[in-house]
Structure formats: structure tokens, C-alpha cells
Design a protein. Structure first.
Length: 281
């Protein structure tokens, strides 16, 4: 297994002024850094790749999908903006050597509206129609997309692995799979290991997060059973700690982080990695 840490643990947005995070993540003993692309213009891929190569750290890329990056939106301009942004993320992934771009790319985070069944189907179809050409663009560059179900408080479209698999079937693109996150699964899945087994070979990435988004292992999650389920589906992809710093008010507000969940961001990363190495070997 290869273990990674998200730049969200320490910084938002990531850019060329936060390149020292690459050294920090390497010093903790991680194999990967998940670079969260909030503002593509802040990332000089040549400088980032040079720093990655200098410390021998592998990159992953994830996107940040706010209301103006909603592939399911009613308005063409919003959907076009979402598609343009995701293509930029794909370009960054290709330039850095990341095999994937991940995130809840089907809709804008925080978009939660009561809809009829017909309205929901229209929203679903808009998301799939917008995503297909971007998936084809990514495939042409050898990049895979990992779609992440979110909990009910953050999206109204795809909350469970079962829903996500149906969306993938409708999408019809083999380079699009799933990222599952234990924080969201703890809320939405009746049985986390069973959901992992259901995802099976379509699981591209895995976020190992505490139920409160704090330190993995300092929680009530069934980690041995989770590890067994990943082994059962022969998962050998990245296992990434994603957490958020409460020091940045904008991101803390966005993820409803009202109190520190660890002694420090560094302690969360260090203790979380120790737990994951103990559980996954």
C-alpha cells in the first residue's frame, strides 16, 4: 500500500507559495501527496514537479467543486465552467504525473435541493452529459477520474457507492471510477466494508478519514474490517488522509469545522500515518 496526505490538512489553497508542504509530507514518511487544485492559476507545474522529483514523492490531484463548478447545474455557463475547470485539473495531473483526478465532480458541493424524481433524473443526466467529454479528454492523456460520493449534507445527487455505480454505468467511460471516503461512508453506508466490496474493481482511490474528520484511528470506525474488505477486492491503490485545518476560516466554514480535531495538523498526519501503517501493513 502507498499512503498519502492531502494538502488540505495544512493549507488552502495550495500553490507555488506552499511548496514546502511537499518536503513536510515526505519527512513524515508518506509516499504520496494529494494536491488539491482550488485555483489552477496558483500552480506552476514545472516548479511543483521539480520539488516532487527532488524528494521522491508521488503526486495525486483532486479538484474542489464549488457552486460555480457544478456539472449538474441548470445553466449552461455553470456547466461549461465546471468542465473547463476539470480539464485544467486533468492538464495539471498530466503535467505532474498523477494517474488520477478525484473529487465530487458530478455536482457543486453544498448543492442540496428537494427535487421530484423527474427533476432529479434531469439533474443526473446533465451531470453525465457534461462529464463524458471531459472523461474522453482525460483518457486521451492517460488520466483516470475518481468520482467521490459525499454525504447528504454536502450533496443531493450521489451519496452512496450504489448510486455512484449506477452513475458510472450511465456514464459509460472505463477511465472513470470511484474514490470512497470513510468520513462520508460513516454517514451514508449501512455497512462500510460491504460498500467497499460493492465498489470492487471500480475503486480507484481511498480516503482514510476519521468519522469526525480528525485523526484516522482516533474514532469508532471498524478499521480491521475495512482493511479486510480492501484486501478482498485486491485494492492496491493509494490510501490518503484527508482532513482540514481549522486555521483557515473559509475552508473551515465550508466543511463545518468548528473546533480543532487534533493537537495540530502535524500531529494528525503523524498519528494518522502510524495508524494506517499498523492496520494496512
Amino acid at each position: 500500500m502507498q499512503f498519502g496526505a492531502s494538502t488540505f490538512v495544512w493549507a488552502s489553497p495550495f500553490g507555488t507559495d506552499t511548496l514546502d508542504l511537499i518536503d513536510k509530507v515526505k519527512e513524515f514518511g508518506f509516499d504520496l501527496i494529494e494536491i488539491c487544485v482550488e485555483q489552477p492559476e496558483t500552480i506552476d507545474t514545472r516548479l511543483v514537479r521539480a520539488r516532487l522529483n527532488a524528494v521522491d514523492l508521488k503526486p495525486l490531484v483532486c479538484g474542489a467543486f464549488g457552486p460555480d463548478r457544478d456539472m449538474s447545474a441548470e445553466y449552461d455557463a455553470v456547466r461549461d465552467n465546471a468542465a473547463t475547470y476539470l480539464r485544467q485539473c486533468v492538464d495539471i495531473a498530466h503535467a505532474l504525473g498523477s494517474p488520477t483526478v478525484s473529487g465530487p465532480m458530478y455536482a457543486g458541493v453544498g448543492a442540496t435541493t428537494m427535487r421530484t424524481g423527474e427533476e432529479r433524473r434531469t439533474q443526473w443526466d446533465r451531470a453525465a452529459a457534461t462529464l463524458r467529454p471531459v472523461a474522453d479528454y482525460a483518457a486521451g492523456l492517460g488520466v483516470r477520474l475518481a468520482l467521490e460520493p459525499l454525504n447528504r449534507f454536502e450533496t443531493d445527487l450521489i451519496n452512496t457507492v450504489e448510486q455512484a455505480l449506477r452513475f458510472l454505468d450511465d456514464l459509460g467511460r472505463t477511465n472513470v471510477g470511484l474514490l470512497v471516503d470513510t468520513f462520508h461512508m460513516n454517514i451514508e453506508e449501512k455497512d462500510i466494508p460491504a460498500a467497499i466490496r460493492r465498489a470492487g474493481s471500480r475503486l480507484f482511490e481511498f480516503h482514510a478519514c476519521a468519522n469526525d474528520r480528525g485523526t484516522p484511528g482516533e474514532d469508532h470506525l471498524p478499521w480491521p474490517a475495512i482493511a479486510a474488505a480492501l484486501a478482498d477486492v485486491s485494492y492496491s491503490g493509494p490510501i490518503v488522509i484527508e482532513a482540514f485545518t481549522s486555521k483557515i476560516k473559509e475552508i473551515a466554514r465550508a466543511v463545518s469545522l468548528w473546533r480543532p480535531l487534533a493537537e495540530s495538523e502535524d500531529a494528525l498526519a503523524a498519528n494518522g500515518l502510524k495508524h494506517l501503517r499498523r492496520i494496512f501493513g
